[in-house]
Design a protein around this ligand. Sequence first.
Ligand SMILES: Cc1cc2nc3c(=O)[nH]c(=O)nc-3n(C[C@H](O)[C@H](O)[C@H](O)COP(=O)(O)OP(=O)(O)OC[C@H]3O[C@@H](n4cnc5c(N)ncnc54)[C@H](O)[C@@H]3O)c2cc1C
Ligand code: FES
Length: 254
Amino acid sequence: MSEARIVEKRKLGEDYIYFVLREPVIASLASPGQFVMVKAGEGWDPLLRRPLGILWAEDEHFALLFKVVGRGTGILRNLDCGNWLDVIGPLGNSFSWNDNGPFLLIAGGRGLVPIYFLAHALFKRSLPFVFCVGFKVKEELDLLQLLEGKNWNVAVACEEKDEKVFCGTVLDVARMQLRQNSFSKIYVCGPHDLLHSMAVDAEFAGLPIEASFEALMGCGYGLCLSCVLRKKSGEGYFHICKEGPVIALEEVSW
Ligand SMILES: Cc1cc2nc3c(=O)[nH]c(=O)nc-3n(C[C@H](O)[C@H](O)[C@H](O)COP(=O)(O)OP(=O)(O)OC[C@H]3O[C@@H](n4cnc5c(N)ncnc54)[C@H](O)[C@@H]3O)c2cc1C
Ligand code: FES
């Protein structure tokens, strides 16, 4: 358990909050795909910590980006620079890669978080990738501020019409990329529907796909069984908090 101090706060669009936190131990240990369990309020209410992915980690700092959806994230939204966050982490596994790119990165909505961290890691190692990011509504395009100044190959989609970006889903732009280029591996994070579509779509079949999953999480380290996902082969389940959140898409039973 660590106390992380908020050193930067930004509001992105109506619903997203970006925090930079100072906590040297988490910052030095974190890898792309990992998450932290955050205590949202004082005392026992709310009782359960909230899982949030790590957006980037460098030197003594790491960042979070979250969408305000309910009580916990609603409380976190009101914190400010100088406040302290009680966090446990880094938790879970991380994405794996070798030196044989290029890689196709796919992020839907707040699924941007772990994919963004992965992009940082690949870029640092000069490994080639295309980063497809998609949003449901125009307002979420404010998240693109996080990509400003990055020398990354980015393809953006938005389901709501906007003159600056492609109108459609993130899968539409990902499919276009697949037809134009060859990739050795795909990484994805986003809503369950997105992961399901990719698991059943013939265009994605045959390529290794690592997906970062979300689930309701009670404990964050394998005790409460609230986060399980049925395995495709054999008996049993993955704990998304412990054997995940990154799991090979082809190993999951839909
Ligand atoms: C590994 C992991 C990483 C995540 N990373 C991010 C991130 O980087 N940014 C981000 O915006 N969100 C992320 N989420 C989702 C985030 O945890 C939920 O949006 C958040 O817990 C909602 O809390 P709340 O109190 O505001 O909502 P409420 O609906 O009030 O929460 C009630 C309960 O439901 C749980 N819950 C509700 N929706 C979800 C959900 N989709 N996933 C998990 N638990 C849920 C809460 O933990 C809580 O126990 C992540 C989830 C997981 C599992
Ligand atoms: S969150 Fe408790 S087992 Fe995964």
